[in-house]
Write a protein that binds this ligand. Sequence first.
Ligand SMILES: *[C@@H]1O[C@H](CO)[C@@H](O)[C@H](O)[C@H]1NC(C)=O
Ligand SMILES: *[C@@H]1O[C@H](CO)[C@@H](O)[C@H](O)[C@H]1NC(C)=O
Ligand SMILES: *[C@@H]1O[C@H](CO)[C@@H](O)[C@H](O)[C@H]1NC(C)=O
Ligand SMILES: *[C@@H]1O[C@H](CO)[C@@H](O)[C@H](O)[C@H]1NC(C)=O
Ligand SMILES: *[C@@H]1O[C@H](CO)[C@@H](O)[C@H](O)[C@H]1NC(C)=O
Ligand SMILES: *[C@@H]1O[C@H](CO)[C@@H](O)[C@H](O)[C@H]1NC(C)=O
Length: 812
Amino acid sequence: MLFREALWALALTRASTAHVIRRQDLDPSAVSSAFPSETVLESVAFSPSIVSETSAPAPTSTALVGKGCTGVSGLATEAKASDPDATVFVPPSLALSCLESVPVDVERDIGVIEYFLPYVSFQSTLGYLKKPPQGYLLPGVDVIGGLVAIREKLRKGGYKNQFEWGLDVKRAFGAAADGHFSYSPAILSVFGFQRTLNITSVSSDGLELPKIYDVDDIVRLGIDSASEIVSIDDTPVQDFVGKVASEKPFQDPDAQLNFLFWSIPTAWNGDNSPAFMSARTLPDSHTVKFANGTIKEYPNQAVVSSAVDFDKITSGDDLHESVEIPPPPGKGSPGTPTRLRLKHIYADALGQTETETEVTPSAAPSATAIPGYPEPIVIHQSGYVSGYFLNGSAAHDDTCVLVLSSFAAPDDSLVDNSINAEYEETRRVFQTFFKECAAAGRTKLILDVSGNGGGLVMQGYDLYKNLFPDNKAWSGSRLRAHTALDLMGQNSYEVLGGEQALLTSIFLNPITGKSYPKWKDMFGPAVFAEDKETNIMIYDFANKSMLFDPSTETPFSITGFDPDNPAPTQPFAKEDIVVLTDGYCASTCTVLVGLLQREAGVRTIVVGGRPLVAPMQAVGGVKGSQVLPVASIQQQWETIITNQSVVVPQDLVSALPKPSNSTPPLMPIDLSKASVNYRNAYPEDNQDGPPTQFVYEAANCRRFYRPEYLADIQAEWRDVADIAWHGAKCAPGSTVSADGKIDSKVPAYSDAVRSKQSIYDGPGSLTNAEWLALATNLTGTTEGIASGAGRRGVELSVGVVAAVLVSALLML
Ligand SMILES: *[C@@H]1O[C@H](CO)[C@@H](O)[C@H](O)[C@H]1NC(C)=O
Ligand SMILES: *[C@@H]1O[C@H](CO)[C@@H](O)[C@H](O)[C@H]1NC(C)=O
Ligand SMILES: *[C@@H]1O[C@H](CO)[C@@H](O)[C@H](O)[C@H]1NC(C)=O
Ligand SMILES: *[C@@H]1O[C@H](CO)[C@@H](O)[C@H](O)[C@H]1NC(C)=O
Ligand SMILES: *[C@@H]1O[C@H](CO)[C@@H](O)[C@H](O)[C@H]1NC(C)=O
Ligand SMILES: *[C@@H]1O[C@H](CO)[C@@H](O)[C@H](O)[C@H]1NC(C)=O
């Protein structure tokens, strides 16, 4: 989403006309931008169906090329001899031996932890993650404790190599199961580990419990002849995939699982490699047992990141030097304010890996259809919103389908380089489509948000108000009320004006309907058992300044809030709308679906998930209502301490963000690559209860995937229409009704839906004695600082003022 404050930041740099940050704008010499956030996924070179009917591991050539990084270097040189651009594949064990030969750099690793700890305090869910309320389905985590424990483990000499450290850091962030909360050390980006095994979970009729198959078998043989997978590496298949799924950035275990499998909607958003096919580390192959007794061996591979040149890297030390150590000041980007990469934030919200593909500039977007979808009636210029008439039988002649694959273009572009033009274009698609539906006598609407990772949040509110112009569109949210936020607010709220301070937008106190006059009124804090939060705030949609595009000097109003532009009449009755999800609905998508479920009473149908006789949540992606790149927090902090003298207690200095002339001691130093969830969302009817991220919300009905859905999205839509309006059944146990038909009420929480991965044993574990013992030295964190009254103060200032402000194109 693009917040008002982001535009404010832009207004300060009015000279810069381009406020769309595209990949080609990046300085190609900046090493930081050359690293993908995680693994680089490239086309799979080995045939996924290479199999032997024995369990002998696939032979590797490690012996021929040497061990560790020398071996990788040898293979890279060989591969590049004929084609300098060749993608280099190496056996996973060789890649791993190279990574494990990178000596642990205790000093810099501690430096990285201490650099990021102040930003982690801004993560809105910390307290709730430490004490997860009933209704949160995953194990809890103490994120700050986890990072502190890693620091202590480093001090005690507990790490054998950098890779081990990097994995632990990633785990501490990952355990928050929040697509808005991410940081990934560069050592994890050197290789992409890939499986050739491509799996899916399908049921013949969508009602029976699904089984896991090799996709290729389903496609070639059909579900009646294909044999299901029983185990992978001797682990029962559901346990194996459940474990892989548990590391995916969703707070719902069914959504985590769905994310592993290929589907038409996720293929449009990402690439053709479903998440199961990539990993952080892998054995050289998997042994897969099928129900018919066949055993097959599926090779795995490691792909060398195209950003790493192994010609000159022949040891772990070389790799450390070349990949992890930032370039000296003046070379590359240290000290230079980073420019935000829209795609990165967006990609993180999707929980997907990022590739460094070149985007050709120019060429106005003009999508006419989406791959895998039928001919649309209306489509957004960038393709991410499209409308269809459902055909196939007379029963469906009254049904329209609006597909929302995303709330932003996959290539980061904005229509006419203007945020307002983007909003207008999206609104054109909604409104034109609803008119076409009415003209064709189609009175029913399927809203398909499958695979929607979010985008510009105001588009979610705008669609909601187009569907329900008379509804309120509740937007209540809070920030985590911690020491650093309080300092920022005290020194900016009254000085800069509420909406400009704290990277917030224009917010109101929902009780008074006016803005909070003073910082302390907004800050509170409101004290809950889990954490302290600010007072609740809602967007002031009626304020024309809220969405203002400085590049065109024009405001934009959400439908229904512009007195000069009345909203169209409600296009569909609420019973005639049904939301279709696959659990993969994050950020903006959760805002929209949340309003449709809670405020409008629209029913939801979800597909897929674990083989359980139980309900499934419609929304499995992060329900936080603002993602904030660490770069934006840094920039805001810098603006504050540049513009006024800020006096802070001595012992707080290390717990506060550093100015931009001090970069992290290890790559990536581009702070737009790390982000937090800044804002918790709250349901209107339980504003003091847990944030929505921790509230269990079952869909009205669940179905499992049928094999037909792999080839024909309309097969899925027809099933959904049949459930919503023609009496077809839902999967057993997924509804409140005894006859298995969809109901307007939703099933309640039960322990049966909790994740089976009930133990989290990594850094920040709430149960592991070793990690708990390491997590005690909170020095240098705001948690470790008692209220600082009466202590000696230090005046903060920065020498270097950022000439170019980070344009916080905030996505959600
Ligand atoms: C057993 O099932 C697997 C997976 O579907 C298939 O590839 C294989 O051909 C089957 N083997 C026999 C003997 O039917
Ligand atoms: C995985 O399977 C899907 C469905 O058949 C296919 O479209 C996709 O290309 C496969 N991905 C890879 C990387 O093989
Ligand atoms: C359904 O039929 C209409 C009219 O023939 C056509 O325009 C539309 O593209 C069809 N829809 C789909 C989803 O194929
Ligand atoms: C809209 O927001 C701006 C900035 O906070 C404020 O100055 C102005 O008074 C607001 N307008 C109205 C009508 O509330
Ligand atoms: C903050 O200070 C810098 C440098 O003195 C100045 O350029 C900038 O305009 C100031 N910003 C605000 C919002 O006062
Ligand atoms: C606790 O952490 C701080 C900050 O890193 C460090 O300076 C101090 O030595 C540590 N204390 C102990 C007892 O380890």
